[in-house]
Design a protein around this ligand. Sequence first.
Ligand code: XMP
Length: 318
Amino acid sequence: NFTPNAFVEEVVAELKEKIGNDKVVLGLSGGVDSTVAAVLLHKAIGSNLYCIFVNNGLLRKNEFQNVLDQYKGMGLNVKGVDASKRFYDALAGLDDPEAKRKAIGKAFIEVFDDEAHQLTDVKWLGQGTIYPDVIESVSATGGPSATIKSHHNVGGLPDFMKLQVVEPLRMLFKDEVRRVGRTLGIDDELLGRHPFPGPGLAIRILGDITPEKVAILQEVDAVFINGLKEHGLYDKVWQAGAILLPVNSVGVMGDERTYEKVVALRAVESTDGMTADWVHLPYEFLMKISNEIINNVRGVNRVVYDISSKPPATIEWE
Ligand code: XMP
């Protein structure tokens, strides 16, 4: 029977013993796993834990600043690095999903490596790997660890990969990680966040990525996610998000015909992301959200709702 208090006490003692006065670098993603791992390490070694939170320009609206402030409020020694431009440059003109993922993974590793080089005498790389990641080897729940792992064997290893790895959550399942997080006093709002993929909005913009498309999708996503929260639906859904389609459809505005973007909304129920059912969101809610998007987000004139389950339709559209 898992008891979070005992786990925290035991792991903190182990980490102290193992790491001593060494320095640890850790990439925060804004997700549950990397956050809980960081707070545990911080409890054990304090300011010898150096956290790096990278803005890849593909996060949700205002997420970088909000989450960075939250991390600072928790007392973590964290550096926020806005590398959006570097990611947009790396993505420019790419429309193949695999090429996009590779470019993002490569840019992330370069940025992280640059930052890690500015720290002296770091001996360890902290990671928020949890038990299902250990089994699957590539995380389905996102974050830097997944990015690092899936790009493990692309050419020569960056320097930070030569560090010793410390993974305090390696033996835990997701619900146990949440319970540990609660024991550590981490905000429930953060612990209850939906999974969000490492490549972020890039896999919800079909075709090539531009900063303008990201900005449109961020607005649409914010209307949808805030709406779910306001209507008490957020916690009933396992994951939700919006997808920007690579087609324009016709609309009317006054006497004019417009050709503007179509967005799809997706909300699923799942336990582990391996299978998923679309959620029967209330029509009234969908109507309200659709109106709000079309009235407020410039460049979008049509909203559709994805009613496909996995398999065969994956959660992300890529
Ligand atoms: P799919 O689309 O395969 O997604 O049904 C299952 C879960 O995995 C997430 N996902 C990713 N997470 N890097 C990640 O860190 C990725 O490249 C990636 N692709 C999908 C997806 O959001 C869902 O939770």
